[in-house]
Design a protein around this ligand. Structure first.
Ligand code: PGA
Length: 254
């Protein structure tokens, strides 16, 4: 599973889909590979419209899932917020929650993120982001931090689609990444923690996020417990994002 997070960037969608289509190699072997885009919410309908028009040269759009970069845990009189029902109504397939930029810039805490997770449950696929800061990494407390962030799944019955994105805060947008083998170890740890904490012992898919590019993606995808990637900066270019999807398709064993 490869997910693009466009954050608050304006992307020329016509150009993006054209570039994606040019590069993307349809994969017969791994037909079930999921790849999706979380554009700024204002542009989701445009993406859906382009898909409906089925423009020649944009055929890969038919396969792209769409999602939101965040969601509100409630609905109604909450100016500016996007509710889960609105996400469903617009035909979106997934919602990213708990991104470190939401935690940091918008002061979102674990309690709120748990409410979001509960409101998504069984309706829209949740991509829960977790990750440690540079300081926490230096102190050697990465696993403690992740465990605490994963506390929110305690006692919850999780849908099969529930997905975690491991995104070290220090790797996001920095060009730095952990070693692939360290990412693999952390992903195994995340799977174990969710399995032992969730009510139905779910083993989640775990994506890696933080400075993923078409140059380093293969080294991550080769690792056993890396189930895909959440891609920020490199996803703004349709061709680069398609290359990352292609690398995933050719690297991952079924
Ligand atoms: P990046 O962002 O790929 O630009 O590092 C990843 C993310 O924030 O999800």
């Amino acid at each position: 599973m490869i997910i693009a997070n466009w954050k608050s960037n304006i992307v020329d969608m016509n150009q993006w889909t054209h570039d994606f289509d040019d590069e993307y190699i349809v994969n017969e072997r791994l037909q079930s590979t999921i790849f999706g885009v979380a554009p700024p919410s204002l542009y989701i309908e445009t993406m859906h419209l382009m898909r409906a028009l089925n423009i020649p040269g944009h055929s890969a759009l038919q396969e792209v899932l769409t999602g939101v970069q965040d969601v509100d845990h409630s609905y109604g009189s909450r100016t500016g917020a996007i509710s889960v029902d609105m996400v469903i109504d617009t035909g979106c397939n997934f919602a990213i929650i708990g991104h470190s930029e939401r935690r940091d810039l918008f002061n979102e805490d674990n309690d709120l993120i748990k409410e979001k997770l509960k409101s998504l449950k069984n309706k829209v696929m949740a991509v829960l982001c977790i990750g440690e800061t540079k300081e926490e990494n230096d102190k050697g407390i990465t696993k403690d931090v992740l465990k605490q962030q994963l506390d929110i799944v305690k006692g919850l019955e999780l849908d099969q689609s529930f997905t975690v994105a491991y995104e070290p805060v220090w790797a996001i947008g920095s060009g730095l990444t952990p070693e692939s083998k360290d990412i693999n170890e952390i992903h195994k740890y995340i799977k174990d923690v969710v399995q032992s904490n969730s009510a139905n012992s779910l083993i989640p898919k775990v994506l890696y996020g933080g400075s993923v590019t078409d140059k380093n993606a293969e080294s991550f995808f080769k690792e056993e417990f890396v189930d895909g990637a959440l891609v920020g900066g490199a996803s703004l270019d349709g061709s680069t994002f398609a290359k990352i999807v292609n690398i995933f398709n050719s690297t991952k064993k079924i």
